[in-house]
Design a protein around this ligand. Structure first.
Ligand SMILES: Nc1ncnc2c1ncn2[C@@H]1O[C@H](COP(=O)(O)OP(=O)(O)OP(=O)(O)O)[C@@H](O)[C@H]1O
Ligand SMILES: [Mg+2]
Length: 297
């Protein structure tokens, strides 16, 4: 709605996990490198955890792009509230297994054949499960068993489980011990620090078409960071609403008053008041420096 007014080619703060807007913060970069390394080196189980809205699905989208580019076959389950039967049906559907998809035995036979054939040709196959913290125990157990399939060169199926921190807690339970032992790689995402938030906002604005944005002052971004608690999804929602408000008022710079209104409308809860509001200075910290507009490989 406001794109033409500000001169954006695309909306900068969409809530979708779009790899085109990827901001390569060190932790996101590391998580993606780990996911790719884990798959390439046939590590078996890889787990990605993080707080709500910190970028897990975005990382999986980037991984999917990579797998496409390398012609690596994969199945990805984004709805993890599945029964065992539904799980096998979806797996067969995603991997295009030519068998009776409603029969677990047939799916397993088809999968085994496919994995062995692909492994024989030096190719790997990947199963990606998002929202894995929602998986029922019996489905997780089936996934663990799939993770056991191997030949002498490594695991036949690389399994990426991504989920909220409950997934870590779930894997600590005695029932999940066997699975936990098999996890070869773990990575996690945390909320941004204030410098990452500033670089993140600039990066999204640049990618949308405003490389040297002046809509958000650095003080305002600090306050956005504080109120969003460094969570990318919340930062996006606040900034999008700020742009909308500024557009409605026909101004190209967002203000603290607009921020108050936006966060009140969002019923946003954040602890106490930020140093900016109390007049205290933030402690001096070195700015690590991020590229303003991030490039994807
Ligand atoms: N590194 C990043 N670069 C660009 N955008 C990001 C990044 N991290 C998160 N985002 C943005 O934040 C929002 C939330 O990201 P995402 O959906 O990937 O989070 P999530 O961890 O999967 O959340 P949930 O726990 O609810 O599943 C999206 O709009 C996404 O584009
Ligand atoms: Mg997600």
């Amino acid at each position: 709605m406001y794109n033409a007014f500000f001169g954006f080619k695309q909306s900068p703060f969409n809530l979708s996990p779009d790899p085109a807007f990827l901001f390569r913060s060190p932790q996101h970069d590391e998580a993606l490198a780990n996911l790719i390394y884990g798959v390439q080196s046939r590590k078996g189980f890889i787990v990605l955890t993080g707080e709500v809205g910190t970028g897990k699905t975005t990382m999986l989208e980037c991984l999917r792009d990579y797998l496409y580019s390398q012609q690596i076959a994969f199945a990805s389950l984004f709805n993890s509230r599945l029964t065992v039967e539904q799980f096998f049906e979806m797996l067969a559907y995603d991997l295009d297994l030519r068998c009776n998809r409603l029969s677990k035995t047939e799916v397993l036979l088809g999968l085994n054949g496919m994995l062995l054939e692909r492994a024989g040709a030096g190719r790997t196959t990947v199963l990606i499960v998002d929202e894995a913290h929602n998986l029922e125990w019996d489905v997780l157990e089936e996934i663990r068993l799939l993770g056991n399939l191997e030949n002498r060169r490594g695991k036949l199926l690389q399994i990426v489980l991504a989920g909220q921190q409950e997934l870590d807690r779930k894997l600590l339970a005695p029932d999940y011990r066997q699975l936990k032992q098999r996890i070869a790689l773990r990575c996690s995402l945390r909320p941004f620090d204030r410098y990452e938030t500033a670089a993140y906002v600039d990066s999204r604005m640049a990618r949308a078409g405003l490389p040297e944005q002046r809509v958000f002052s650095s003080e305002l971004i600090e306050e956005v960071h504080f109120r969003a608690q460094g969570i990318p999804r919340v930062i996006n929602a606040i900034c999008d609403n700020l742009l909308l408000t500024a557009f409605a008022l026909e101004t190209k710079s967002a203000t603290f008053e607009m921020l108050d209104e936006v966060t009140a409308d969002m019923r946003l809860e954040y602890p106490g008041r930020s140093p900016l509001h109390t007049g205290e200075a933030y402690p001096e910290t070195h700015f690590p420096g991020f590229p303003a507009a991030t490039q994807r490989d």
